[in-house]
Write a protein that binds this ligand. Structure first.
Ligand SMILES: CC(C)(COP(=O)(O)OP(=O)(O)OC[C@H]1O[C@@H](n2cnc3c(N)ncnc32)[C@H](O)[C@@H]1OP(=O)(O)O)[C@@H](O)C(=O)NCCC(=O)NCCS
Length: 151
């Protein structure tokens, strides 16, 4: 299957928003997402197969640190390598931008995502207690390019 990864446009966001609750299981408030998309400090990408959006991901950049804000794959397409393609693309973008460190928060119960991040070299560096609305803790993970020269 041919999968393309492109920069996300507002029309992509509109398509995602229409289907989001059934086919993905995550979305910030539409307006927050849209303003993120228009912000110079954010970079969002989509994975498409035959023009259908099957995943998306984004980072927010503060000088030389990038924060992964979102990485989501369409439910019926999970475990087929799309999350890995998106994460690799985010990492490549960060390297091109000379980012020194990538950080993220992930729910401590989200073992699928934690495995994905570990596979790409992210390490747990902290815990934010009761970070989520349901009081679950968040694990903080990072890749430090200053130290990890070989990612
Ligand atoms: C996390 C997520 C993006 C992974 O995307 P994906 O396309 O399924 O991931 P991939 O197929 O590329 O899998 C890459 C690795 O992730 C891990 N992984 C993903 N799904 C897994 C599962 N169901 N069980 C165990 N490990 C899993 C594995 O380490 C896997 O590598 P492997 O196949 O060599 O074992 C996807 O499950 C998702 O959209 N989840 C909901 C949104 C979310 O939780 N995002 C993260 C927010 S922090």
């Amino acid at each position: 299957m041919k999968i393309e990864i492109n920069k996300m446009s507002v029309s992509d966001l509109d398509l995602i928003a229409e289907k989001l609750y059934e086919e993905f299981d995550d979305l910030w408030n539409y307006n927050v997402f849209k303003s993120e998309l228009e912000s110079e400090n954010s970079k969002y990408i989509v994975a498409k197969q035959n023009d259908e959006i099957i995943g998306y991901a984004g980072i927010w950049i503060a000088i030389d640190i990038a924060h992964i804000t979102n990485i989501v794959v369409k439910k019926d397409m999970r475990r087929t390598g799309i999350g890995s393609l998106l994460l690799q693309e985010l990492i490549n973008m960060c390297k091109e931008l000379k980012i020194l460190e990538i950080t993220l928060e992930v729910n401590e119960h989200n073992s699928n995502a934690i495995s994905l991040y570990k596979k790409f070299g992210f390490e747990q560096v902290g815990l934010r207690k009761k970070y989520y609305r349901n009081q679950d803790n968040a694990i903080i993970m990072t890749i430090d390019f200053k130290r990890d020269k070989a990612v």
